[in-house]
Design a protein around this ligand. Sequence first.
Ligand SMILES: [Zn+2]
Length: 257
Amino acid sequence: MAGALAQIMAWRPYGWWWISAVLGTVFGIFMVLVTPVLIVPLFFRFKRITNSDLVERLENLLVRTGSRVRGGVWEMDMSRRTRAGNAALVGWGPSRRVVLGDTGLDYAPEEIEAILAHEIAHHVGNHIWLLIVGRGVSLAAGLFLAHQLFRFPEFFVSLGALVPVPGDPSSIGALWIFMTIWGVILAPFYRWISRRLEFWCDRFAATHTGGAEAISSALTRLCKNNLADPSPPAWAVILFHTHPPLGERIRRVRETS
Ligand SMILES: [Zn+2]
């Protein structure tokens, strides 16, 4: 990666930042598309769910929410690696399917339905693409700022640091430090957006299933099984949490649905 970046910098001393941002984003999209289909099956096994009441309930939910899923409902042996329960929509086209972690199969059917409705909401709201676009823009902005900084050798001299020469290993080191700081600055903002989206998905789940109670009890169970802190300190939420604290989620979903 660092070698390729140095070559792009040497090749295009003025345009390297946007070329690298485009390549980085394309790679990110590739990973998002490929990971669930090619990487996850290396670590887990799948089998079709035979509980026909549950399958019927989930298929009704898919129809109600306008989700095109033709690949059926499957379970994945997550219990080999974690206690965390989960549900997801995986794949594209005719092979698109619902995958439930076997860790969550002992939940009440309405809880499983609510968790799946929350996951469907992420797809309906195009949250994955929002994330990809957001990451692409902030990557391009960070690289552009670094590119501007490289044009002021005085800045590096004033820090007592080596003046980075684009394409040289010194520039990769400086860029790495700069992008790390950039990421730390942006993180609270991204976490904030992510928490808003989680609220939105909880509300979607409440609207499309049996109201606020099913999603509330499902979230409570998930929180317990994931050993998550139900009420972390506010500073930790602001800095690190992509999901709002359990109490706040339940309060919000009850208020708004
Ligand atoms: Zn979510």
